[in-house]
Design a protein around this ligand. Structure first.
Ligand code: SF4
Length: 488
């Protein structure tokens, strides 16, 4: 394995635990949350082994061990589609999917955590014995203690009782009756990011989506409130790390190992109050820099220069729409002129490619707004000479957002919008942009899974994790919203 461990981790452990990331290894290695949980479990003396879709499915990365050998299996569920993959894996390992079918018999304990638990943990509720809600590191030592006692005593009823006593752990067998949530839980999303919290990758690998890059978390939460985004409503108030603390940690890492690239992980890098100071520091250390996300209106020359220094020739930003008015209604208060100005700045620094994220199917969107995406692209090409990649994704209303009650336009309407955009782009004479569009079916599946309650989670389990076999009733949205209000 071409991994380099950044932290000193204890070997061995006494609690065999399969930590599953329902995606490829490259994606798992790009998830700081997954790095954190692995490290925390190691430090708690757990014999944890990781599982991903590759290099060998169903076998652990560390020991080539089969999934079904583990008495504890948990998954980091980052988004809706991960739940389906998780369910299918359990099914393929002959583990009954419904938690109620595992109450007796020698089956593993199944748990979950991850970004999805901040938004709608009910998606996971018919399958998991326990779900850690929000920042999992806070409840993890408690869960490990309970699972250790369970392994020694074998009393599952006691385990469920005990886990259910923690305010940030949802135990469906104890907290949900007849599909209804009966107990308030606390979503853990407000602890300060102090020195005790991990802040960087646990391992480095060239096979991560970002290449061999040391990921460093600058902040959680976001000060803005974009209408479609789950971050402000679900991930807590903005918490950021002081640059002094980050620099101290980086000094330690740089003195111990070779690091060429540092990836700054934050919802919007430009919002961190000490970003310029951090960039100066990284420049003084001659490190390349990449950003998980760049907000157009906060993009500075220093940020772009840092990208360029790291060998990047491409910048990724999210105009979301081609027209100012629709963009403003999303909560993004910047204009096409500003987009042109910032991308012009990038081009003057030698960045010759831009990846632009757009959404379609937004509330109030017209055909003219779709055409405006093509118009904006043409302007950017004409004024900056950049090559463009357009990533176009259907708007999916999610729980916990300002637009949670808005319509999902459906697959037929999305196809029509895509056709309009494709037709407009064929009129581009020079440097026609590459167009990458999320499949309408995939968006539809994401929409329905986002709103699953306990009963739908059960239906998904009964259909072996295949959501297209589950009929989605539009009335489910209102019911799930009610259940989530009962939950927190
Ligand atoms: S889209 Fe970006 S700026 Fe808007 S709320 Fe989400 S993270 Fe913040």
């Amino acid at each position: 394995m071409d991994e380099e461990c950044v932290a000193e981790l204890p070997r061995g452990g006494d609690l065999p635990w399969a930590l599953f990331y329902p995606a490829d290894y490259s994606v798992a290695s790009s998830s700081l949350g997954y790095h954190y949980i692995y490290r925390a479990l190691k430090e708690l003396g757990v014999a944890v082994e990781r599982f991903c879709n590759d290099p060998v499915p169903f076998r652990s990365i560390e020991g080539d061990t089969l999934l079904e050998r583990f008495p504890i299996i948990t998954a980091s569920v980052a988004y809706e589609g991960n739940a389906e993959i998780f369910y299918r894996w359990l099914n393929s390992a002959n583990i009954p999917l419904l938690s109620e079918d595992r109450l007796t018999g020698n089956y593993p304990i199944i748990g979950a955590g991850g970004a999805m638990t901040y938004i709608n943990p009910l998606l996971l509720s018919a399958v998991c014995d326990f779900i850690i809600l929000g920042d999992a590191l806070d409840a993890l030592p408690y869960a490990v203690g309970s699972l250790r006692s369970y392994l020694a005593e074998g009393n599952k009823e006691k385990l469920l009782d005990e886990l259910g006593e923690h305010p940030s752990i949802l135990v469906p067998a104890r907290h949900i009756r007849n599909g209804k949530v009966e107990v308030k839980r606390v979503l853990s999303n407000d602890q300060p990011l102090d020195a005790g919290h991990p802040m960087n990758s646990t391992w480095l690998t060239p096979r991560s989506s970002f290449g061999k890059t040391l990921l460093v978390e600058l902040q959680r939460g976001c000060v803005r409130n974009c209408s479609y985004c789950t971050l402000p409503g679900c991930f807590g108030k903005m918490r950021y790390r002081d640059s002094g603390m980050i620099k101290e940690r980086l000094e330690e890492i740089f003195s111990a190992r070779e690091v060429d690239q540092v990836g700054l992980v934050t919802p919007e890098a430009g919002d961190h109050p000490q970003i310029e100071d951090l960039l100066d520091f990284l420049e003084s250390k001659n490190k390349g820099v990449s950003f998980a996300s760049l907000r157009l209106d906060r993009l500075t020359e220093k940020m772009l220069s840092a990208l360029k220094r790291g060998g990047r020739h491409s910048v990724t930003v999210a105009p979301e729409t081609g027209s100012d008015e629709l963009r403003f209604s999303c909560g993004k208060k910047f204009t096409n002129d500003m987009i042109l100005e910032k991308l012009g700045m990038a081009a003057s620094l030698g960045i010759d490619q831009a990846k632009l994220y757009f959404m379609t199917g937004l509330p109030g969107e017209t055909d003219e707004d779709i055409k405006a995406i093509a118009d904006l692209s043409k302007r950017i090409i004409a004024e900056t000479g950049m090559n463009l990649i357009l990533s176009v994704n259907p708007f999916v209303p999610k729980p916990g957002t300002v637009w949670c009650g808005k319509e999902f336009v459906g697959t037929a309407a999305i196809r029509k919008k895509y056709e309009i955009l494709e037709k407009e782009l064929t009129k581009t004479k020079k440097k026609r942009p590459q167009l990458r569009m999320t499949s309408p079916k995939e968006a539809e599946s994401e929409f329905s899974l986002a709103w699953y309650g306990y009963n739908e989670s059960m239906a998904l389990a009964k259909n072996n994790g295949i959501s297209k076999k589950v009929r989605f009733d539009p009335a489910t949205r209102a019911k799930t919203l009610l259940e989530l209000e009962r939950l927190w």
